[in-house]
Every structure is written in C-alpha cells, then in structure tokens.
Design a protein around this ligand. Structure first.
Ligand SMILES: Nc1ncnc2c1ncn2[C@@H]1O[C@H](COP(=O)(O)OP(=O)(O)O)[C@@H](O)[C@H]1O
Ligand SMILES: [Mg+2]
Length: 377
C-alpha cells in the first residue's frame, strides 16, 4: 500500500518556509514549482518562487522574462486570503557577482570581475548554477526574515542531468577552488594536467576550458583572491544547509513514469534520507491515463469488429496503446519507488502552460484528492 503525498497539507503547513522540488531534467520541476506557488498564494501564503531557466511561455506567465533576478509581483493571484506571489528567475552570474561584492573590498572585487578565470567560472562551470541556487536561496531566506516579505519560498532546482548535482554542486565547486587544487593548477603546465588523476575529472572540465586560452598569471591572481571569497561562501552554504536540514524546509522529488527518472528519484530520495534532509515525498508527473473504460485486450477485440481504416478502429487502437502504457507506467512506479514513501501521481495535461490560470489548473491536477490515475490491478 502506497501512502499518498498530501501536497495541499505541505503547502498549508505554516512552519515550513522552504519547499524544494528536485529531479532530473525535463520531469516538470519548473512547471510544478510555479503551479504549487500559485496554489499556495491563492490559499493565503505569501510566496516567492525561484525558477531556473523556465520555458519561455512559463516565464511570460510569471512575468519573469525580463532580465532581472529580483522577485517581482505576479498578477492574477487571488489575494482575498492574504496571500501573494512573487517570482524570479535565477541569474547565476549576478548572484555570483553579488556574493563576491559582499565578501571583498570594492577594488579587489572589481579586479576579480575582470579576471578571465572568474568570468569562466561564474558562467560556465557545471557546479556553479547549483551553488548559486543555494546562494540565492540563502539571500531570499534572509530577506524573507528581515523584511517579513514572504512566508514560503518555493525553489525550483537547476536542470542538471542528475538530480544529485543539486546537493553535490556546492561541494564540487568548493573542492575545485580550495587552495590545494589551485596550487596544482598553477604548477608548471608540464606536470599540472597529468596530476589531475581519475578523481578529478570535474577539474579537468574547467581546466580544458581555461588552459591554453588564458595566462597563468591571471590564474594565480584569481586563485589568490578567490580563496578569500570561498571562506565566506562556505560559511553561508553551511548555514543554508542547516536550514535545509530542519523542519523549516521540505523536499519533493519529481520524476516521470519511466525507468531512468524513477531510478534517479529513488536514489535521490534515499540520499535525502541518509543525509537527514526532510523528504516529503515523490511526485510522479506526466502520468498517462485513459478515459475509456476498456482494457487493451478489450479494445483490440472490439477493433476487430469495426471496418479496417475507420476512425473508430484507430481510436480503439489508440485506447489499447494508452492502456498498455498506463499499465507499464504503473508497474514501473511500483517497482522503482521505495514502498511506504508518500507518492502523488500527476496526469499529463494537454495545454501548454502560458498563464496563471493554467498553472492553477495544473495545481488542481497535482492536488486532486482522488489519488490520481493509480488503479488496483
Ligand atoms: N503534468 C504535465 N503535463 C503535461 N506537460 C507537462 C507536465 N509537467 C510538465 N510538462 C511539460 O514538460 C516540459 C518540461 O517541464 P519543465 O517544468 O520545464 O521540467 P524541468 O524543470 O523538470 O526540466 C515542459 O514542456 C512542460 O510544459
Ligand atoms: Mg526546469
């Protein structure tokens, strides 16, 4: 027996101030974050949602298509219950720059901004976006408390290949930038690259981008200053981590009903549990559901009795296909998700999300009390 994840209860819990949606790319994190933020706001929470690279129409719906990463009020929320919705899109470079400005004297910061290594790191290292998502979350959380502006921050996570990157990104960046590795990189190029053994392919990634295009002088100037910045970054990341480990936060893992996403979701849920991060449950998004009350076998049998090439026959064939897909998804969900873990299955919706009303509709699908398309077979 699988427990159902009660999403409305999670949104209504006023002791929870941060809700994070994690999962592999393309499963629906950004859409669901926005939909849940709309619902929480309609129901009286003062919400800000941090989205990361939203699809264009979704960005337009939220009013975050301008180039700013400051939270801005979203129109169309029912504010009768006292709620409101702000939205922003993470700008990792700007977040990085601001964190540097806060940590260094202005002239040193200005030097760093001109450094090509800093420019590469702040825009194209794969751990940076994850780190900056954490950093921006810390800023918003502080702002929420100081200004009493929001009581719920909904956090979409970066579109990484692996859901685990969100937790590992900051550490990878920190490891890359710690003094030891920097000294390695600034060592004569002859031995430098060879020293980057098996465990250091992350570093190799950035080295590949850097060496050959920039000078070692720039690199060592960068390394000297950056160590200072890292100290303050690390401290803040540790505080954020402590907040995320408390009951003030809650993680929802998002997957689609396919083997890869479900496996990743299970892995991620186990990781959260092992690290004592508050896991609320899993949403299996984009579930297929057939409306007709026919099994695949019944639909096929019926198809035999109607003329070949007819529309009716095509419809019955489609019904058989959907039924089989639905059944396969059901089996995959049962096989891959940990028993006893709260799950919510969310149907695939037809319309592309391009306004607040559609987000509201998606939220109703997410929170529908019938338990979604799960059937007992
Ligand atoms: N329940 C759903 N039904 C139909 N389409 C969906 C659903 N959830 C997400 N999508 C679509 O799937 C695509 C990926 O969604 P997105 O939210 O960008 O995923 P992620 O942020 O995890 O990469 C988008 O085109 C989005 O509109
Ligand atoms: Mg996304």
């Amino acid at each position: 027996m699988t427990a159902v994840l009660d999403v409305d209860a999670a949104l209504a819990d006023r002791s929870r101030h941060i809700l994070l949606l994690c999962g592999t790319g393309g499963v629906g994190k950004t859409s669901l974050s926005a939909a849940l933020a709309v619902r929480a706001a309609d129901r009286g929470r003062r919400v800000t949602v941090m989205t990361i690279d939203p699809a264009r129409r979704l960005a337009t719906a939220l009013g975050v298509d301008q180039l700013t990463d400051e939270p801005a009020r979203v129109a169309g929320i029912d504010e009768a219950a006292g709620g409101s919705l702000d939205a922003l899109m993470l700008d990792m470079k700007r977040t990085f720059d601001e964190a540097v400005s806060a940590a260094l004297p202005a002239t040193t910061a200005a030097q760093l901004f001109r450094n090509p290594f800093y420019q590469t790191l702040s825009t194209s290292f794969s751990g940076t976006q994850e780190y900056m998502a954490m950093e921006r979350l810390a800023q918003l959380y502080r702002q929420a408390r100081v200004e009493n502006r929001w009581d719920l921050i909904v956090v979409d996570t970066p579109p990484s290949r692996s859901a685990l990157d969100f937790l590992d990104g900051p550490q990878r960046l920190a490891a890359l930038l710690d003094g030891r590795l920097m000294r390695l990189l600034t060592a004569p190029a002859r031995g430098g690259l060879r020293l980057l053994g098996a465990g250091m392919n992350v570093a190799a990634q950035i080295v590949g981008k850097l060496i050959g295009t920039e000078s070692l002088a720039d690199l060592s100037a960068f390394a000297g200053v950056f160590e200072e910045v890292m100290g303050s970054f690390r401290q803040r990341a540790e505080r954020t981590r402590a907040t995320l480990s408390s009951e003030r936060a809650g993680f929802i893992v998002v997957a689609t009903p396919d083997r890869a996403a479900l496996t990743e979701a299970r892995f991620f849920a186990e990781r959260l549990t092992a690290e004592r991060l508050p896991l609320l449950g899993t949403i299996v998004n984009q579930r297929v559901r057939t409306t007709a009350d026919l099994t695949a076998a019944e639909a096929r049998e019926l198809a035999e009795s109607v003329p070949a090439g007819s529309a009716e026959r095509a419809a019955l064939a489609e019904q058989a296909r959907l039924y089989e897909l639905m059944t396969t998804q059901e089996a995959l969900i049962r096989r891959h998700l940990a028993p006893g873990q709260p799950v919510r299955e969310v149907e695939r919706v037809d319309s592309e999300i391009s306004d607040v009303e559609e987000l509201r509709r998606l939220a109703r699908v997410i929170t529908a009390q019938d338990g979604g398309p799960r059937r007992d077979v």
